[in-house]
Design a binder for this molecule. Structure first.
Ligand code: CMP
Length: 138
């Protein structure tokens, strides 16, 4: 399972019509897309998904934003998937993201930063199973 990670193309990027560009970016970087679906999270789902941040001052803003519109959830596979995906997306704050990273190319702000990536293999397993059943991971 360590070769899997979980990604979200967030509501800002979907709204700005960047799904196709980001999807191609993922493939160009050599990831296999095990599964992908367009969903709209409920506020409750967003609160559960980001429960780890529940005591952070931005929790309310984050969960409101993540449930504000459609997003694409993806299960990705590649060697060292977690580390490599984090490299491909760049720093959480797009102002600090390196040139050519997804957040540098497509994100507007720290709160609306285009994509999500798991921060560890352990969390990748949890996050993938939050949105996908085993039979959806092909
Ligand atoms: P993500 O990788 O999805 O994980 C948690 C998210 O919280 C992060 O991306 C940011 O979009 C968001 N976040 C982190 N810090 C802040 C902040 N100070 N204000 C608003 N949102 C934040």
């Amino acid at each position: 399972m360590t070769n899997r990670t979980f990604a979200i193309i967030k509501p800002d990027a979907v709204k700005n019509n960047y799904v196709g560009k980001i999807y191609n970016h993922i493939l160009d970087k050599g990831f296999k897309i095990l599964s992908a679906k367009l969903i709209k999270m409920s506020k409750y789902q967003a609160e559960q998904f980001y429960f780890i941040h529940k005591d952070k001052p931005f929790y309310e803003e984050l969960t409101n934003f993540m449930s504000s519109g459609r997003c694409m959830v993806l299960a990705l596979q590649k060697e060292n998937a977690v580390e490599y995906w984090r490299e491909v997306i760049g720093a959480t704050n797009p102002n600090e993201a390196e040139d050519g990273t997804i957040r540098q190319l497509y994100a507007n702000s720290l709160g609306e930063n285009a994509v999500h990536g798991s921060d560890s293999s352990e969390n990748a397993v949890k996050e993938i199973s939050f949105f996908f059943t085993e039979s959806e991971l092909i």
